[in-house]
Design a protein around this ligand. Structure first.
Ligand SMILES: *Cc1c(COP(=O)(O)O)cnc(C)c1O
Length: 368
């Protein structure tokens, strides 16, 4: 059979560069600190683990396909109508559902230069075209996004804060973006790191969803809640978008142990607060200490930092990655995000953070 006779994926699929997750190994090193996937160093709430384990007795039963208990728990926590919440197997699931429901061949979806890689992947999978809007200072630029809007634009993906840069735009800017978009364009605000942000001018987007017909906000249990392994995310949107997504989502796209763990996790506000405090302390410390070594750190409001390395023999991002890995500190190479000279480091335990700084000091020829 010739290549043309065999089954063909739809246009766009073979242009996708498959997502490469952060590495988790450091060969030959006894203790590995995985700082490559923005996981929390504090782990999940012990109550979430208990709730997860309790579900082991009921694995023969299908989960509640509408994840009612979880939507109600989220609704209580954020003051939202549970009927306007959709849960998914991670926010990846929700981003892909949005793409499938709203994009087709010939459409365009906008994201920014260093935007989250799932956006172009989800877009190409539908046959639509990802359109890249340039950033300014590693930050989304509302005017640049608006300049890319065309007749064909159907979706704008905005990670706020963005991964891997850690930067954010103030809520006034998000509102300005929304106000200038044609009403037929769906603005997708991906607020995966919202719980970490401590800025008076930041909002995750709930108000904008509540007052418009073309905005959705995605959230995840993978980051501050420490449930990345369970694959659990949620979305808040207008009733008509929720209706469309409920028609195409898998009927049991969220499993029962995840629903139980999610309910418990969202109820354990003390654990979330501990994680936030840990992050606030070490984000500031790492930014300052790494800065003192002569490396540039992009100011971050998330649970990770983007570290820029010089184009100097022995001190490049690749050299840094090699040295860090040899000492068990695993960061994220971000070449796929058009940042070949940088590494992204998740805020880790005190031990991991201190080891990272000491290793970078050695790299830079300074005493760590
Ligand atoms: C980590 C992350 C997510 C969450 O993905 P899940 O599928 O929920 O694990 C979503 N968006 C961004 C920008 C992220 O960094």
């Amino acid at each position: 059979m010739s290549a043309l006779e065999r089954p063909q994926p739809r246009p766009g699929v073979l242009s996708i560069k498959a997502y490469v997750p952060g590495k988790s190994h450091a060969p030959g090193v006894a203790k590995v600190h995985k700082l490559s996937s923005n996981e929390t160093p504090l782990g999940p709430s012990p109550q979430a683990v208990q709730a997860y384990l309790a579900e082991a007795e009921r694995l023969h039963d299908y989960p509640d396909g509408s994840a009612s208990a979880l939507r109600e728990a989220i609704g209580r926590a954020y003051g939202l109508d549970p009927d306007r919440i959709v849960c998914g197997a991670g926010s990846d699931d929700l981003l892909n559902l949005i793409a499938r429901a709203y994009l087709q061949d010939g459409d365009e979806a906008i994201h920014t230069t260093h935007g989250f890689l799932v956006y172009p992947i989800a877009t190409l999978g539908t046959g639509a075209t990802p359109v890249v809007a340039p950033e300014t200072n590693y930050t989304a630029d509302v005017d640049a996004i608006l300049a890319k809007v065309s007749e064909r634009t159907k979706v704008v993906f905005l990670a706020n804060p963005n991964n891997p840069t850690g930067t954010y735009i103030p809520f006034d800017e998000v509102k300005r973006l929304h106000a200038a978009l044609p009403p037929r364009v769906l603005l997708v605000i991906d607020a995966a790191y919202a719980e970490y942000v401590r800025r008076n001018d930041y909002e995750s987007g709930i108000d904008l969803v509540a007052t418009s017909e073309n905005v959705v906000m995605c959230r995840t249990f993978s980051k501050i809640y420490g449930l990345a392994a369970l694959r659990l995310g949620w979305l808040y949107g207008p009733a008509h978008v929720v209706d469309a997504l409920n028609r195409i989502r898998g009927p049991f796209n969220v499993n029962a142990p995840s629903i139980a763990a999610g309910v418990a996790a969202i109820g354990d506000t003390a654990h979330v607060e501990l994680s936030r405090q840990h992050n606030e302390r070490w984000l500031a410390w790492l930014t300052e200490e790494i800065g003192k070594l002569g490396l540039t750190v992009t100011p971050s409001v998330g649970n990770f930092i983007l570290i820029h390395f010089p184009d100097e023999k022995g001190k490049t991002a690749k050299d840094a990655d090699t040295l860090l890995t040899s000492r068990g500190v695993v960061m994220r190479a971000v070449g796929a995000y058009h940042l070949p000279d940088a590494l992204r480091m998740s805020i880790g335990t005190e031990e991991a953070n201190r080891l990272a700084v000491a290793t970078l000091a050695a790299l830079m020829g300074k005493k760590g």
